[in-house]
Design a protein around this ligand. Structure first.
Ligand code: ADP
Ligand code: MG
Length: 320
């Protein structure tokens, strides 16, 4: 039985233009649960991970608006809140979806921490805009009062920027592996995992950072020794010359070396398709001939077809 790690994009929970009510998010998650159920019916072991951008942004906005009443929490704690919320929605939907279709599988969401290096160069160069937009005056206050790094975000206002360090290790790795081996459908590493560092006394401390969910999905795929990393998003495939008249969707099997060349030519934008392709290449490139691995980038609505090789971009090892 093959193991697939499914990485869900933002559209799995919130569609562009929606306000983000709980009911809206639950309705979207129900559609996502259906996609996951179809994959389970095709006989895969499934591990699920997901982004948390809009949800953690909303939690930060709630913190900010209510700061005179309830003390604001640090970013790792906001990440934990969003992970719990999304895990709850996904597991609740999946349990209903599987029960309705007569599939007997245990489903669980695990609070997951991702270890990063305190020496990661990202800490010297925060790049990831997060949370609400502020006026310039408020931004200056936040810089002084809380030591935030703030940047003007393309004419829309000031925003906090935080480091996005490379995920190194998943704290709960051994437990995730055990659950997956037992056939449990595990939701883990939500929002890239709660960012932590190991301390010199052997403990763990939270850090103010966000971890890219696609790169974290690659780590998760290594942990469970997955056969497939399936990255589901809001486009049909990775494309060359994206957004230009010369756009060409990469549909079907693309050898590792060819995809690496396109990546080096700069076809995949930082912050969106870039990390998906990077995660895919890391995953396919690290199997060292032990077994054939593939990474697939496809639309959320074509998960089953993508795994059957009928949709999306499928990156395969050169020798396959
Ligand atoms: P997700 O929430 O699924 O991570 P992102 O917005 O981060 O979604 O990434 C998907 C987006 O990447 C697409 O909607 C598209 O606008 C953008 N994109 C950038 N470069 C490319 C490319 N070369 N091919 C396809 N999509 C691309
Ligand atoms: Mg993204």
């Amino acid at each position: 039985m093959e193991t697939v790690v499914i990485a869900l994009g933002g559209n799995a929970v919130l569609q562009p233009g929606q306000r983000g009510t709980f009911e809206e998010q639950l309705a979207n998650v129900a559609t996502t649960a259906r996609a996951i159920r179809l994959v389970l019916e095709d006989g895969y072991r499934v591990v699920v991970t997901h982004g948390n951008g809009p949800q953690v942004g909303n939690i930060m906005l709630q913190n900010e608006e209510a700061r005179g009443v309830v003390p604001p929490f640090p970013l790792d704690a906001c990440g934990a809140e969003s992970q719990g919320l999304l895990g709850y929605m996904l597991v609740r939907s999946l349990i209903s979806e599987l029960r309705t279709h007569g599939l007997e599988r245990a489903v669980v969401a695990l609070m997951t921490m991702t270890v990063v290096s305190p020496e990661d160069p990202a800490f010297q160069n925060p790049t990831k805009p997060i949370g609400p937009f502020y006026s310039q005056a408020r931004a200056m206050e936040l810089i002084v009062q809380r030591g935030y790094e703030m940047r003007e975000d393309s004419g829309r206002g000031w925003r906090r920027v935080v480091p996005s360090p490379d995920p190194l290790e998943i704290v709960e790795a051994a437990t995730i592996r055990r659950l997956v081996e037992e056939g449990v459908v595990v939701v883990a590493s939500g929002g890239g995992g709660i960012p932590v560092v190991r301390t010199s006394d052997g403990g763990i401390a939270g850090v103010e950072a966000v971890i890219d969910k696609d790169l974290a999905a690659h780590r998760l795929a290594e942990v469970v020794d997955a056969d497939v990393l399936l990255i589901l998003t809001d486009v049909e495939a990775a494309a060359l010359n994206y957004g230009t008249p010369a756009q060409k969707d990469l549909v079907g099997r693309i050898p590792y070396g060819e995809m690496l060349r396109y990546q080096r030519e700069g076809h995949f934008r930082a912050g969106s398709m870039g990390p998906k392709v990077e995660a895919a290449l890391r995953f396919v490139g690290s199997c060292r001939g032990r077994k054939a691995r593939r990474a697939v980038i496809a639309s959320l609505y074509r998960a089953r077809e993508a795994l059957r090789g009928e949709a999306g971009t499928c990156i395969v090892g050169d020798e396959v």
